[in-house]
Write a protein that binds this ligand. Structure first.
Ligand code: F0G
Length: 482
């Protein structure tokens, strides 16, 4: 891949696009931020956009769109059935993934609902590299269980393994021997494993998973929501793939999978989703559920404008310049923070930069939610909104005991092509300031705790008056700066 090298030797992630539509941002003073995060119960999901400067909550549905995507949206063919716009997307899926059948859905979790309803039966098992929250919920809702078979390095916050998202083949064979192939609903691979730092899998690993699936007659389902980043990592980190085109890598990944589904809020930089397969049998089983839950087969709950944008967005995903933009900005942020001693997940992955809250706030016990406390503190320090990916994102067990998360991460997502380098430098500056003042940060305790998906709506309070101490230190160090 051609990368621009700076004469100065500095590693600068260079934008291979120019910005032609902008949105004005507000940066409110820290005193307002204190009020806002208190009103939000220290839950960044409950903050209002007007109080946020850099929104790093997610990359979902908020990636920058291209001029060509916007242009395509103007000429969409709106009809309930038989829309020409839908045919364009179907053809693009066939071109890129070589799958005969395509089912549209309104977003990724809708695909998960349909796949789980068709293939998961009570007592069945779904082995996977790692779960995503909504995936696991749909599998469990249908009476199944998940088994995470990630390579050991996947759960090590710091490692040099280039593919921490790989599935451990020995563990897969052991699981099949233990549970029996007949009890396995399907094997699921998540590209760019979301919850463990956006870490990729290799193409070679999927070849090996396929061989095991063939041996035991198992279906292989690929969650391709984070495919764009993963393609970039296969191309740049996997020696055997460096001479392959992005299209060829995509095609081989697809040929190795029986069913592919994706959230087009991530893949394709629009809003929607889809499922594709070459199995007529699987298609026929899923088809009726699409009409039941999503809409007719030529829109599946999506607006035609979004369908046009997805078609162009998927095509643009085959462009190395385009897919490099997320990962090289993330790499810059991760490396810069690591250089300044801030604990982050390494190596840099896709999706975003992940702060390791257990090491950032070692004095905050896991039962006082270090990743949640860090999310609250960073909003206060810089009006940067991240997402807690730790114990708050878990659920209590049936006895009400906390399920402590494997990792306590604060995810700072970088929606693709949205932030500039100076904005990243600002975020890094505030994170470093916070790290230097980490002793001031305390824990959180729930005041309102919903039973289901508590991380979305739950409200928490600080265990002491650490918020006001942090505000006072900010003023002492940074004067009247916003
Ligand atoms: N699979 C993966 C790997 C995802 O990251 C997501 C969404 C989904 C499925 C569900 O897709 O949101 O369109 O229904 N991840 C978002 C995030 C929500 O913020 O990481 P969806």
């Amino acid at each position: 891949m051609a990368r621009v090298t700076f004469y100065s030797g500095e590693a600068v992630p260079l934008e291979m696009h120019k910005v032609r539509i902008v949105q004005k941002l507000a940066l409110v003073p820290i005193e307002r931020r204190l009020a806002a995060i208190s009103e939000a119960g220290n839950n960044t999901f409950l903050l209002k956009n007007r109080d946020i400067f850099l929104d790093m909550l997610t990359d979902s549905g908020v990636n920058a769109m291209s001029d060509k995507q916007l242009a395509a949206m103007m000429e969409s063919d709106d009809s309930y059935a038989g829309s020409a716009t839908f045919t364009k997307l179907e053809n693009k899926i066939k071109e890129l993934f070589n799958k005969d059948y395509f089912l549209p859905v309104h977003q990724g979790r809708a695909a998960e609902n349909i796949i789980a309803r068709v293939f998961v039966t009570p007592g069945s098992v779904v082995p996977m590299n790692y779960h995503f929250t909504t995936t696991k919920a749909h599998i469990m809702l249908n009476g199944g269980v998940i088994e995470e078979l990630i390579v050991d390095e996947g759960l090590q916050v710091n490692s040099t393994h280039p593919f921490k998202g790989d599935l451990n083949i020995t563990k897969l064979r052991a699981l099949i021997a233990q549970r029996g192939a007949g009890n396995i609903a399907f094997v699921r691979i998540e590209t760019g494993t979301n919850l463990i730092g956006g870490q990729p899998h290799s193409l070679e690993n999927i070849r090996q998973v396929r061989a095991v699936c063939d041996e035991f007659g198992l279906l292989l389902v690929l969650d391709a929501s984070l495919l764009a980043d993963n393609l970039y990592f296969i191309k740049t980190r996997e020696a055997g793939c460096k001479d392959m085109s992005i299209r060829a890598i995509t095609r081989e990944l697809s040929d190795l999978s029986d069913i592919i589904y994706f959230s087009a809020r991530k893949l394709g930089c629009a809003r929607g989703g889809g499922i594709c397969t070459s199995s007529k049998d699987a298609f026929m089983k899923m088809r009726e559920l699409v009409t039941l839950y999503e809409g007719f087969l030529t829109y599946g709950g999506m607006s035609v404008r979004e369908i046009e944008a997805i078609t162009v967005g998927l095509d643009e995903t085959m462009d190395e310049d385009m897919i490099s933009q997320g990962p090289i900005f993330i790499e810059y942020m991760v490396n810069e923070l690591a250089r300044q001693g801030v604990p982050v997940v390494t190596p840099a992955g896709g999706l975003g930069c992940h702060l390791n809250a257990l090491q950032f706030l070692p004095h905050v016990p896991q039962t006082q939610y270090p990743a949640g406390a860090l999310a609250s503190a960073l909003y206060l320090a810089g009006s940067v909104r991240g997402m807690e990916r730790g114990t708050i994102s878990e659920q209590r067990d049936e006895n009400g005991k906390e399920t402590l998360a494997n990792m306590e991460l604060l995810r700072l997502a970088l929606p693709r092509r949205v932030f500039t380098l100076s904005q990243l430098k600002y975020a890094i500056d505030r994170i470093v300031w916070l790290y230097k003042n980490r002793d001031l940060v305390g824990g959180l305790v729930f005041v309102e705790e919903p039973k289901l998906l508590r991380f979305f709506f739950g409200k928490l309070k600080t265990t002491s008056d650490w918020h006001s101490k942090l505000v006072a230190k900010f003023r002492a160090d940074l004067g009247d700066s916003l």
